[in-house]
Design a protein around this ligand. Structure first.
Ligand code: ZN
Length: 91
């Protein structure tokens, strides 16, 4: 449930309206395989579905990076930009 809310929030931040659906599934959860009982993030506008899919893909596959910027800052996590001087990660 938490992850679906996170996704919905991330999409919302990008201007993609979503709703988290799961309530109506809980009543029949015992009859469904567990993976079909997971909460779903529904994209409100069909034309934004592809974009949403891409965003979610990236959210789930954030490469863990660790690099040192030219300004001397150590940048950790999935960031491709130095948080200190805003320089992009060197390729
Ligand atoms: Zn820097």
């Amino acid at each position: 449930m938490a992850i679906a809310n996170l996704w919905a929030e991330a999409l919302g931040n990008l201007g993609i309206a979503t709703s988290v659906q799961r309530q109506f599934l809980s009543g029949i959860a015992g009859e469904l395989p567990p993976d079909q009982c997971l909460p779903e993030v529904w994209v409100t506008h069909p034309e934004q579905q592809e974009q949403a899919r891409e965003v979610l893909y990236h959210l789930q596959h954030v490469p863990q990076r660790r690099w040192t910027c030219g300004c001397g800052e150590l940048v950790e996590g999935g960031f491709e930009q130095c948080w200190s001087c805003l320089a992009p990660m060197p390729v």
